[in-house]
Design a protein around this ligand. Structure first.
Ligand SMILES: C[S@@+](CC[C@H](N)C(=O)[O-])C[C@H]1O[C@@H](n2cnc3c(N)ncnc32)[C@H](O)[C@@H]1O
Length: 257
């Protein structure tokens, strides 16, 4: 089934969170030696990370998404941020000029794409010389880590082994990402791991409600309503009540034009 990003029903799926402080700190450190005046966030969703880039003092940010519903939601979500603008565009063809930006962010985008070569070539085209691309996604290994009181998604694969197959197919292994970055012309390619806090819930009920609404978790769109309820019940049985800090394991690839 998969998530339909163009469906108005899903437009708030990527606006309800805020980027976690760990993410802000890590990205700020990674870019600290660069004078970034313009950044582009491709596959921006509801603009959560466009906002985060503004919060680390990047003066001008363009969020690009191929879904009109997402772009509208992002505009609403970021209406108080004058330094951010959003426009419709595809990761393969953003509509931005050559050498437009110093920094491109592609977070949780590439597992939705089947042509990494075109995606990375487009990022390379819109970057200035020496500009930086930051790709953040989960590899199959990241996804299949076991569930615990922080890694809630991990429980999905115990309960629904068929999802492990879907997840493994749609996620790119790190060597493929690096090869494609190189092919697109990037150099100084580095890889790092990040456990990012996805959300902090004051109690279990709030987490379970979030799961039931499929908020920000596109994989839950591969389950029926009844299976989502089963998953919520499984999480309920597996973890204790109290504040829950949900974290996800990510891989970050940094590359320079
Ligand atoms: C999982 S969401 C991630 C949103 C945001 N980057 C985040 O990390 O919260 C993926 C986003 O990529 C967008 N997307 C998927 N394929 C795309 C494409 N070919 N071009 C542009 N955007 C795309 C979707 O509409 C969706 O908003």
């Amino acid at each position: 089934m998969g998530m339909n990003f163009h469906d108005e029903k899903n437009k708030h799926s990527y606006v309800t969170r805020q980027a976690d402080d760990t993410w802000l700190r890590v990205v700020k450190t990674l870019i600290q030696d660069r004078a970034i005046t313009k950044a582009v966030d491709i596959g921006t969703g509801g603009g959560i990370y466009a906002k985060a880039l503004a919060d680390i003092d990047i003066p001008s940010i363009t969020g690009i998404d191929f879904s009109r519903a997402m772009v509208n939601a992002a505009r609403q979500n970021c209406s108080s941020y004058k330094q951010i603008k959003f426009q419709l565009g595809n990761a393969y063809c953003t509509g931005l000029p050559d050498g437009y930006t110093d920094f491109v962010l592609e977070r949780a985008l590439i597992h939705h794409l089947d042509d990494l070569t075109s995606c990375f070539s487009e990022a390379h085209r819109i970057l200035k010389q020496d500009g930086m691309l930051l790709v953040q996604d989960r590899t199959p290994e990241d996804c299949l880590l076991k569930g615990d009181c922080h890694h809630i998604r991990g429980y999905l694969f115990t309960l629904f082994p068929h999802l492990a197959e879907i997840e493994t197919k749609r996620r790119y292994a790190s060597p493929i990402v690096k090869t494609e970055l190189k092919k697109a012309g990037f150099r100084s390619i580095k890889e790092m791991k990040l456990w990012e806090i996805r959300e902090t819930y004051t109690n279990k009920k709030l987490l379970l409600n979030d799961i039931k609404s499929r908020n920000g978790r596109s994989i839950l769109h591969d389950l029926s309503d009844q299976q989502v309820l089963l998953f919520a019940d499984h999480v309920n049985q597996s973890i204790q009540d109290g504040p829950i800090i949900e974290k996800d394991p990510w891989t970050i690839w940094l590359a320079t034009k």
